[in-house]
Write a protein that binds this ligand. Structure first.
Ligand code: FAD
Length: 383
């Protein structure tokens, strides 16, 4: 990947920078009101969409600009630089849309992609279950064919944003005899039916960001199967690789900003002359730069293979570790504000705890990097 921008890329960047300067988001609601925050981010996504900036890399027929991979990376860097929020429909835009573009039928793409981008229909990810997280393929939610529908029963957990969602990317077991990876199917489940009950789970931050889903004979039309019956594992991997690489790209920019804020506070408090703080901040700076360059390198994989590769696991692992180190250091540098409820720093510090679990735990990502990136021998199942 050549990181020198062409004339066209510079023009793209300047146009976006200009638009962001002229169109700042409305004032952010006070901390602690997750519903208001979601509504604020939804309104912001709508404004991005109306101006054609919600996801420039998407094809024009679905509301994007057909931007190149480099332009898409510039986009994330610029929205990060402007410190505007991520879209409310982040899972739809960064995970669901890209999965449909690979596996969806033309009808599915036409039906589902535009309202993802406009934030008219919010998406959530129904993968994890009480006994199937890292070992996703052992999930128990069942789907049985009944005429033109599938009837689904089971329980999902940690479903982020389910309370706002119209559609759920749901993986369920459809073949009970096949090997566990082969008996799965990927569905788009309509959340607006009585058979789907959403119960919020409150996190350490105080926000009910994720939920339990209780599914009791929910109906899904056969037309909402994505990628074919029995092919759910492969389709789910596309979603997961986009989660680790795509989301990673957006998040590493937020990491940089948190670090800039922390350095500014350390400077204002005269802490940079203390070698311990200087050393810790320099270490974070090196990590941020490595993650940024790894994210850019990930684009080469997308260019080569058409979708993110397993290397995204490395970026996600390093990002979560660094964000936790950074927010922990903030406790010493920023002081009591970091431990006071409803402050920005306390939110960042508490929210960072989940980073090494969500989207694949660090231990599991290390296994992926060892086996699929470095080509080391496969982990033998524990005796
Ligand atoms: C903030 C947050 C948001 C989330 N949002 C969603 C969402 O929207 N949708 C969704 O489907 N899920 C979501 N999740 C769930 C997340 O994907 C799972 O928590 C994660 O995959 C781990 O699964 P688990 O919790 O069942 O832990 P387990 O898989 O039971 O793991 C328990 C421990 O064992 C370790 N372990 C497991 N297997 C191995 C192995 N092979 N080698 C070494 N160590 C291993 C793990 O690293 C972990 O430390 C979210 C989680 C969080 C924290």
């Amino acid at each position: 990947m050549d990181l020198t921008f062409s004339e066209r890329e510079l023009a793209f960047r300047d146009e976006l920078r200009g638009w962001l300067a002229d169109n700042p988001p409305d004032e952010r609601p006070a901390n602690g009101d997750e519903g208001a925050d979601h509504a604020w981010r939804r309104a912001w996504q709508r404004r991005l969409y109306d101006a054609g900036w919600a996801a420039p890399a998407w094809p024009t027929e679905y509301g994007g600009r057909g931007a190149s991979l480099t332009e898409s990376a510039i986009y994330f860097e610029e929205i990060g630089r402007a410190r505007v929020p991520l879209p409310a429909n982040v899972l739809g835009v960064l995970l669901g849309g890209p999965t449909l573009m690979v596996w969806g039928s033309d009808e599915q793409k036409e039906r589902y992609l535009p309202p993802i981008l406009s934030a008219e229909e919010i998406w959530c990810q129904g993968f994890s279950e009480p006994e199937a997280g890292s070992d996703l393929a052992s999930l128990k939610t069942r789907a049985v064919k009944d005429g033109e529908d599938w009837v689904v029963t089971g329980q999902k957990v940690w479903t982020s944003g389910a309370q706002y969602s119209k559609w759920c990317m749901l993986v369920a077991r459809t073949d009970f005899e096949a090997e566990k990876h082969k008996g799965l199917t990927y569905f788009l489940m309509d959340m607006e039916q009585d058979a789907v009950q959403v119960r919020p789970l409150r996190q350490i931050t105080g926000d009910p960001e994720f939920n339990e889903l209780f599914i009791e004979e929910a109906r899904i039309p056969h037309a909402n199967v994505v990628g074919g019956v029995g092919n759910g594992w492969k389709v789910a991997l596309t979603t997961l690789m986009n989660e680790r690489a795509g989301l990673g790209f957006a998040l590493q920019i937020r990491l940089r900003h948190l670090l800039d804020d922390l350095v500014e506070t350390a400077t204002a408090r005269g802490l940079l002359s203390d070698p311990l703080y200087a050393d810790a901040l320099a270490d974070l700076h090196l990590r941020c730069e490595s993650i940024r360059l790894l994210s850019w390198k990930g684009l080469t994989d997308v260019e080569r293979y058409g979708q993110p590769g397993p290397e995204g696991s490395l970026t996600k692992w390093l990002w979560s570790e660094t964000n936790q180190k950074l927010t922990q250091l903030a406790v010493d540098i920023v002081g009591p504000e970091t431990l006071t409820a409803n402050t920005d720093w306390s939110y960042e510090m508490l929210r960072a705890r989940g980073n090494s679990i969500e989207g694949g735990t660090t231990e599991v990502l290390k296994n992926i990097v060892a086996e699929r990136v470095l080509g080391l021998p496969r982990l033998k199942a524990a005796a």
